[in-house]
Design a binder for this molecule. Structure first.
Ligand SMILES: *Cc1c(COP(=O)(O)O)cnc(C)c1O
Length: 428
């Protein structure tokens, strides 16, 4: 075992790629140290909340049927609330994904005649049908909720004049997406989100300010609910599930707003009192416990991706030297072929389904064809190493996840290998 690269060669990574990667890695000590420090503080933050909530082994017991008196479920919700500085939380396997959690929070807190405002430009693709930007049965638009949006300025900053002009007496809820999603704008820091919320409330104090926190949890020291958000929403097969939660979503924030979400999820009069946790609570607790270090691995993978592809001349968002706001790394590859090769590499590095070739497909909820590489323990889990993107200019691939840094690293090495083999990059 004198040659540390021998195992990588057996995995199919060439010496040219390994040499290139070593040079890139040598430049990443400072950003990695920063990521480590945040992970350490977030691990302590989660532990403090777990201790305050007196988590014990009975909290992992399953409930069935109605799920009445499910103390483990209720304590998990207290744990999320305590950790995220919120009054209340709803954390459920019955919330099927991030889009569902967002649709739930919006549907529960907007009534006919209300207007929804996005002050940060177009929302995530799947919300187009939820809101009714693209006409869709069951959308908010069908229920008489209107939508308005203020676009970001060309430099990615908030257009405060446009936001002020967009807020009027029917404006009820403001939705702010922390992560860029499938766009190449910057993701927002919690501090900037806090400023935006303060501004919106200065224009209209009773606005409900909601943050789509998907991919953001534990990337910084604070979460949006600790910076003024009334509601914060996310998916458990992203950051807070720590790679162990097999499904689920959460909503946390002001207790009156979260209570409305519970009533919308189940039924008025039932609310959060029902909802069996089945056998999932242990994975939810343990995943939350691990989430700070899972996110640490994913963020390191994102930085390494940026540094490699930047050096090869591709546009990457964010740049390798930028402070991270989420776990997503966009790489503008410029062609369909390069997207396919990149995704092939990520797939080839996977622990599960490493032998399959990802193909573009028309995914429900998305307008363009999407390519996805993932060899995950949980279907669609994007805290696990994955890469995806809509096949449209600028042919950007979105890289995210990695339950361990070493797996994320292998994914990047394999992506470089596949691009090299396809003659799409040159390594000097
Ligand atoms: C992933 C994501 C969603 C939707 O989550 P799904 O779990 O895929 O439905 C919404 N907003 C953002 C910013 C996301 O990254």
């Amino acid at each position: 075992m004198n040659d540390p690269n021998a195992i990588y060669r057996r995995l199919g990574v060439s010496d040219a790629v390994l040499r290139f990667a070593d040079t890139v890695l040598a430049s990443l000590d400072a950003p990695f140290a920063r990521v480590d420090a945040i992970a350490e503080r977030n691990q302590a933050k989660v532990l403090l909340a777990m201790q305050r909530c007196r988590v014990n082994a009975t909290h992992f017991n399953p409930s069935t049927g109605y799920g009445y008196d499910d103390e483990g479920r209720d304590n998990l919700e207290r744990l999320y609330a305590a950790c995220f500085g919120a009054q209340a939380a709803l954390v459920r396997p019955q919330i099927t994904c991030g889009t569902h959690a967002l649709a739930l929070a919006l549907g529960a807190n907007l009534l006919p005649g209300d207007e929804l405002l996005s002050p940060v430009g177009a929302p995530y693709d799947t919300l187009e049908e939820v809101i009714g930007i693209r006409p869709s049965a069951g959308s908010l638009a069908e229920y008489g909720v209107t939508y308005r949006q203020a676009d970001l300025k060309p430099d990615g900053s908030f257009d405060f004049d446009a936001i002020r002009a967009a807020i009027h007496d029917r404006t009820r809820l403001v939705t702010i997406q922390r992560s860029k999603g499938y766009a190449t704008r910057p993701s927002f820091s919690v501090a900037r989100i806090g400023e935006l919320i303060a501004f919106c409330k200065s224009v209209k104090p009773d606005l409900i300010c909601m943050v789509d926190n998907c991919y953001g949890e534990f990337v910084e020291d604070l979460e949006p609910t600790e910076a003024g958000a009334d509601l914060m929403v996310g998916s458990l097969i992203k950051n807070p599930g720590g790679g162990l939660a097999p499904t689920g979503g959460y909503v946390c924030g002001r207790s009156d707003l979260v209570e409305r979400c519970a009533r919308r999820l189940t039924a008025p009069g039932l609310g959060a009192e029902v909802g069996a946790s089945l056998g999932l609570l242990r994975s939810f607790y343990q995943g939350f416990f691990l989430a700070p270090v899972t996110v640490q691995s994913a963020v390191k993978g994102a930085i390494f991706t940026a540094a490699c592809y930047e050096r090869l001349g591709f546009r990457v968002v964010p740049a390798s030297t930028e402070v991270r706001r989420d776990i997503i790394q966009a790489v503008e590859l410029g062609s369909r072929e390069a997207m396919l090769a990149f995704c092939k590499g990520i797939q080839a590095a996977a622990p599960v389904d490493s032998y399959v070739t990802p193909e573009p497909w028309a995914m429900p909820g998305y307008d363009d064809e999407v390519i996805m590489a993932a060899g995950a323990f949980h279907q669609g889990s994007s805290i696990e190493l994955s890469a995806d993107g809509p096949i449209r200019p600028p042919y950007a691939v979105y890289f995210q996840g990695g339950l361990t840094w070493y797996h994320a690293k292998l994914g990047v090495l394999m992506s470089l290998q596949k691009l090299l083999e396809a003659g799409l990059i040159e390594l000097k």
